[in-house]
Design a protein around this ligand. Structure first.
Ligand SMILES: [Zn+2]
Length: 359
């Protein structure tokens, strides 16, 4: 009886083994079990391991920076509150030797606005020696940094739109603003000559419609538009603009935040350089957690702005959390063509990113 059962079991086992061999190309039942489990897992996590880094923050169409020269009196009292109303950030290119209102600049800086250099004495570089140009670049940077404490002063705006021939600016600044009225490309040809559009009474760009048109051109070109402002409401500054035209323009940008990313000059520079250098590496990808690492080889003291990154996640993930170095980061979920994606913010070289599904 036992002999019969053994023979019967042997035939049954052989039959299963043969079926498995035909189907999976292996005669090992243990492998069969493992391979079925793997197949199941792969199917569940069948998402691309690709990470897409946005050209512009939050996958917007264009970057916009507003810059203010010459420390005119209404910039901090009239223009700044309009930016703060919409929680937009702007850049003040300060002439350090023209007695700026350091206290107001400092509080603007602490609120996320940029305070950068527009030289020490506003002299034309084409009338200066190499040594004098060097002093204008260094003295203004040091003075602004000292007066404002934590401010790094990383960018520069040339006086009278006159650049210099000695390549000195790049020794002290990561980017500098020129004029030229061009939309900058996704990656500018020369960070020491970033183009800008002069606005106000001495230019063709006087009204909100003109300002909006520049932004629209930037969106068409998927580029970066930099605006150059001086006076506000006839405060004695050059080429004054009207504050209500500025307010209308900011209202337009606020209503179109999915198209336009308005930020300081320096933040856009940081974003571009990080975006072009970053390498995203997936470290793990299991049923409910994906981890990744971002590196960019840049100076982490300067290049610390978050990049926007898009990653496919499984469709069954419905309670997602994203963290970098164990701290929660901004993210949102997007569904496209039957797939699910998370778009999150992460800073290169600032710790491991974890994307988790909490069931
Ligand atoms: Zn100026």
């Amino acid at each position: 009886m036992y002999k019969f059962l053994t023979v019967l079991l042997f035939f049954i086992f052989s039959y299963i083994n043969l079926a498995v061999t035909e189907k999976y190309g292996t005669s090992d039942l243990r492998n069969y079990k493992i391979s079925t489990r793997c197949k199941y897992q792969i199917k569940e996590n069948a998402v691309s391991n690709k990470y897409e880094v946005a050209v512009w923050k939050n996958f917007t169409e264009a970057a916009i920076s507003h810059t203010w020269d010459d420390n005119t009196s209404n910039q901090l009292t009239v223009a700044l509150p309009i930016y703060d109303h919409y929680n937009f950030k702007t850049t003040f290119f300060t002439v350090s030797g023209w007695e700026p209102n350091w206290e107001s600049l400092r509080s603007a800086m602490l609120n996320g606005h940029e305070v950068a250099s527009h030289s020490h004495s506003h002299r034309r570089f084409d009338e200066l020696t190499k040594k004098e140009i060097n002093s204008e670049l260094v003295n203004s940077k040091n003075e602004i940094a000292t007066k404002l404490g934590s401010n790094k002063c990383l960018t520069y705006a040339y006086s009278n739109c006159i650049t210099e021939d000695y390549e000195l600016t790049k020794n002290f600044y990561i980017a500098a603003r020129d004029c030229d009225e061009q939309i900058e490309a996704q990656t500018p040809a020369d960070f020491m000559k970033i183009s800008s559009f002069l606005c106000g009474s001495e230019s063709e760009n006087k009204t909100a419609k003109h300002f909006n048109d520049i932004a629209e051109s930037a969106a068409v070109e998927k580029g970066w538009a930099v605006y150059l402002f001086h006076g506000v409401d006839n405060d004695g500054g050059y080429s004054s603009i009207k504050s209500d035209e500025l307010a209308k323009h900011l209202k337009f940008l606020d209503a179109n935040r999915t198209t336009y990313w308005l930020d300081t000059f320096v933040n856009v520079v940081k974003y571009i350089k990080e975006r072009d250098a970053v390498i995203v590496k997936e470290l793990s990808n299991s049923r409910n957690i994906i981890t990744a690492e971002l590196t960019d080889g840049l100076d982490n003291d300067i290049y610390n702005y978050p990049l926007s990154i898009k990653k496919e996640i499984p469709l069954y993930w419905n309670t997602v959390k994203v963290a970098q170095n164990k701290k929660a980061v901004q993210f949102f979920i997007k569904k496209e063509d039957g797939k699910q994606y998370v778009i999150f913010e992460a800073i290169p070289d600032a710790g491991i990113v974890s994307i988790k599904n909490y069931k």
